[in-house]
Design a protein around this ligand. Structure first.
Ligand code: SF4
Length: 204
């Protein structure tokens, strides 16, 4: 007896309706990993969570065969949470020119002689995806190149830039880090965020 979550369409938030309605604690909020946790040893396959999910992301399997079928369907689901966030929350779509791979980040740093503002984010990080502030508009002037890098689970990049919180904005010139702003700033924190960006860029 198992419950499965399709994280390709799940907001993965502490407010999950499945957690709220589960009578056994099989679904819970994993604070350490900031994700919905599943303890299938507690799941009775009652189905309460499945019918409570507004985006149909929770599925309950009563048999091993059902489990395999659901898992296969989730694995093959072509949807991406980032696309859904754009649709659901109006988050800013990422301009393809601004998005580079983390493998290319070092090359860009060497090639681009202008100042470089890099946003390191994780596509599967809820707070990164919820960001709807268009950062490009907050960068003064045309002399700063803006790039976004999905670091996925690349520990090396996170360690190299000493990132303690995502998303993380790093301001670089000639490879030297001149400033950093870490964490998520929503629309209501726009002024605070703008001040932090101005301060960081002012370090140049
Ligand atoms: S099926 Fe029932 S017991 Fe299992 S996770 Fe969902 S609500 Fe909890």
């Amino acid at each position: 007896m198992s419950v499965l979550i399709n994280f390709k369409i799940c907001d993965n938030a502490v407010e999950c309706s499945g957690i709220e309605v589960c009578p056994t604690g099989a679904l819970f909020w994993d604070e350490e990993n900031k994700t919905i946790g599943i303890d299938n040893s507690k799941c009775t396959s009652c189905g309460t969570c499945e019918s409570s999910c507004p985006v149909n992301a929770i599925k309950v399997a009563k048999t091993d065969e059902e489990y395999e079928e659901i898992k296969k369907a989730i694995d093959e689901d072509p949807r991406k949470i980032s696309d859904l966030f754009i649709e659901r929350y109006g988050a800013m779509p990422i301009h393809p020119d601004a998005l580079i791979s983390y493998d290319d980040l070092d090359k860009e740093i060497d090639i681009i002689k202008k100042s470089l503002l890099v946003e390191l984010f994780r596509e599967d990080d809820l707070e990164c995806l919820r960001r709807s502030i268009p950062i490009r508009e907050m960068i003064p002037g045309e002399d700063i190149v803006f790039r976004k890098v999905d670091v996925k689970n690349d520990v090396e990049t996170s360690e190299k830039y000493a990132v303690s919180k995502f998303p993380c904005l790093i301001f670089l010139k000639e490879g030297k880090i001149l400033g950093k702003v870490e964490g998520y700033f929503g629309e209501k924190d726009r002024d605070v965020f703008q001040n932090k960006i101005n301060q960081m860029i002012g370090n140049e």
